[in-house]
Design a protein. Structure first.
Length: 193
């Protein structure tokens, strides 16, 4: 499926998503030659996977080296127009899990996320924006977890009651709880049919 159509087909459920979707589509029109590449220093598309267990009561998180906090998995599109493939590939690479499926093949969240300036592999990366598309992924808690030392320092399952400001930044709490709610709604819709 055409990656622009995937974004167009996403149905926002908040003003934040409506505005972010509009800006992302506008930016794609202005920078079609490098929107999928990191060489666009100001903003580029990323794809993330919010990994939940089958009962949707735990989330698999990684302790991110650069951000120095627990975070979801994901990465740069790097030219790949199959965003679900990117999300699944990154989930496997960052956690060590082997079997992961999408709760739905549709994008479940669109967000513009700020990235502050930082050093990566001995090179300074200026502040920029991630034009984020996200999927809810499902994995088993029985999978063997592996730390990807160049990106994270730990991998662990979190119960849903941890997604509060006691454990996460307020912006992350909003994002992660939005994804938890979406997963439950999608699951209810699947069970209904």
């Amino acid at each position: 499926m055409d990656y622009i159509k995937q974004i167009i087909d996403f149905i926002p459920v908040s003003d934040q998503e409506s505005q972010d979707k509009k800006i992302i589509l506008d930016y794609i029109k202005k920078f079609p030659h490098n929107i999928l590449l990191r060489e666009n220093d100001f903003a580029h598309i990323t794809s993330s996977g919010f990994i939940m267990n089958k009962s949707l009561d735990k989330v698999l998180m990684v302790h991110h080296n650069i951000r120095n906090t627990w975070a979801w998995t994901g990465g740069h599109a790097d030219g790949d127009t199959d965003f679900l493939h990117v999300a699944i590939k990154e989930a496997k690479e960052e956690t060590g899990i082997n079997t992961v499926t999408a709760l739905t093949k549709n994008i479940v969240s669109i967000d513009i996320l700020p990235v502050y300036g930082h050093v990566r592999r001995d090179k300074y990366v200026s502040a920029h924006l991630h034009l984020s598309v996200a999927y809810v992924l499902i994995a088993s808690e029985n999978e063997t977890l592996i730390v990807k030392e160049d990106e994270n320092s730990d991998v662990d399952w979190f119960p849903l009651d941890k997604f509060t400001e006691d454990y996460f930044d307020v912006r992350d709490v909003y994002l992660y709880n939005k994804l938890i709610d979406r997963a439950k709604q999608i699951n209810n819709d699947i069970e209904f049919y």
